[in-house]
Design a protein around this ligand. Structure first.
Ligand SMILES: [Zn+2]
Length: 170
């Protein structure tokens, strides 16, 4: 998944959080290791840079496409898989960033579940019936379904604290 644009010559990686220790605005300094590679057909030149977190010492690898600023990073911020589609990933990152505000984090987690179900074609109806459908279609294990339901009920509880009588879950 490509989602970043950083100058190839940058001496510090401007990530919002360290993907290893989650410290905010980490000091990720470039190590003196730059590598260039290409694929077997010489059609995919890439440049690689390595950055170390001053807090935990964890290393982040950046791979730039050709001479562009477009790049991927490993591990990605918050350590989420690159296989997660963009919208649920956005919700997941916000859920991680709001862990110090549990209600906000629960709402973002439920948003991630909702967005992931929609990405899998389960777009109709309220959230819980769609979670059950996902279990029936073996997109989720029964345990994952229970976990997802806990997340979605948490969002409903959070939503009804502020808006009594509104039982909407979408
Ligand atoms: Zn770190």
């Amino acid at each position: 998944m490509s989602g970043y644009t950083f100058n190839q010559k940058t001496s510090a990686l401007p990530l919002a959080r360290c993907p290893h220790c989650s410290v905010a605005v980490p000091n990720l300094r470039r190590l003196k290791v730059d590598v260039e590679t290409n694929d077997a057909d010489n059609k995919r030149p890439r440049a690689w840079g390595f950055f170390a977190c001053s807090v935990c010492g964890g290393c982040v690898m950046v791979g730039w496409e050709g001479i562009t600023g477009f790049c991927d990073i490993w591990p990605d911020s918050n350590g989420f898989s690159g296989d997660i589609p963009e919208e649920p990933l956005d919700f997941l990152k916000q859920a991680a960033e709001t862990l110090s505000s549990p209600r906000a984090s629960v709402v973002m987690s439920a948003g991630a579940i909702d967005a992931m179900l929609k990405a899998k074609g389960l777009v109709e109806g309220k959230l819980y019936p769609r979670i059950k459908q996902a279990v029936e279609q073996h997109l989720l294990t029964p345990d994952m379904g229970e976990w997802a339901h806990d997340g979605s009920s948490g969002r409903e509880r959070t939503a009804t604290c502020g808006r009594q009588g509104d039982s909407s879950d979408d």
